[in-house]
Design a protein around this ligand. Structure first.
Ligand code: MN
Length: 226
């Protein structure tokens, strides 16, 4: 299948002053687009050509893996941002409190891990095999999908994610990224994992099948109860 660059679910100016138009133009239109173009080139004539993105990630290595994983990681990063105030659903909030004690404690641990991650990579909030919340970091293109973990949210700590706006001050970028988290989106991923086992079930949902309608209703329900 031909991989497509996701459309940002907000305008290029929507995240100002925490993330500039210029950063989004470079990060989404250039970096992210390049991973998509590169993967489409690399899979031609291989067994990966007809696979969904997640399957490519689970079965490949080398350049194909790196480009596929970077598409997945960036899709989740960009979809997880918005300017409007939001907060975790009651289910996610309870899970955060049970695991970390409070949202502030989660924030502290998450940002500390992201600030001290050496070199390029990603920091994630995931659900593990015991349905517990966990913070993990991965280097370069690596993604927790290959460890059987289910990602709820992610922050990009590659320099290209923040250098235009924050130069070398990663900690300031992270503080401001935290204000942009779309908790409705993160909460809806938790619901989908709880109900369907896998947030990637949503990948097939561009039609009116029962599954897609069900996924939509879960997301809607989270919005209403959050
Ligand atoms: Mn990036």
């Amino acid at each position: 299948m031909k991989h497509e660059l996701i459309k940002l679910p907000y305008s290029y100016d929507a995240l100002v002053p925490f993330m500039s138009r210029e950063t989004l133009e470079y990060h989404h239109d250039k970096h992210h687009q390049t991973y998509v173009n590169k993967l489409n080139e690399l899979v031609v004539g291989t067994k990966y050509e007809k696979m969904h993105l997640e399957d490519v990630i689970l079965h490949s290595d080398g350049a194909i893996f790196n480009n596929a994983a970077q598409i997945y990681n960036h899709d989740l990063f960009f979809k997880g941002l918005k300017k409007q105030f939001s907060q975790p659903s009651s289910k996610l909030n309870n899970l955060i409190i049970d695991t970390f004690g409070s949202i502030d404690a989660l924030k502290k641990e998450f940002i500390s891990k992201a600030t001290t991650h050496f070199g390029s990579g990603w920091v994630w909030l995931v659900i593990d095999e015991n349905k517990a919340l966990k913070i993990v970091s991965t280097s370069n293109a690596l993604t927790p999908l290959t460890e059987g973990l289910k990602p709820l949210m992610v922050v990009d700590v590659w320099e290209h994610a923040y250098y235009i706006d924050y130069r070398n001050v990663r900690a300031e970028y992270l503080e401001n990224w935290w204000k942009l988290i779309d908790w409705d989106f993160v909460s809806s991923r938790l619901s989908i994992i709880n109900e369907l086992g896998d947030p990637n079930s949503i990948k097939d949902c561009n039609d009116n099948s029962d599954l897609c309608n069900y996924v939509e209703s879960l997301i809607e329900e989270e919005r209403v109860t959050s």
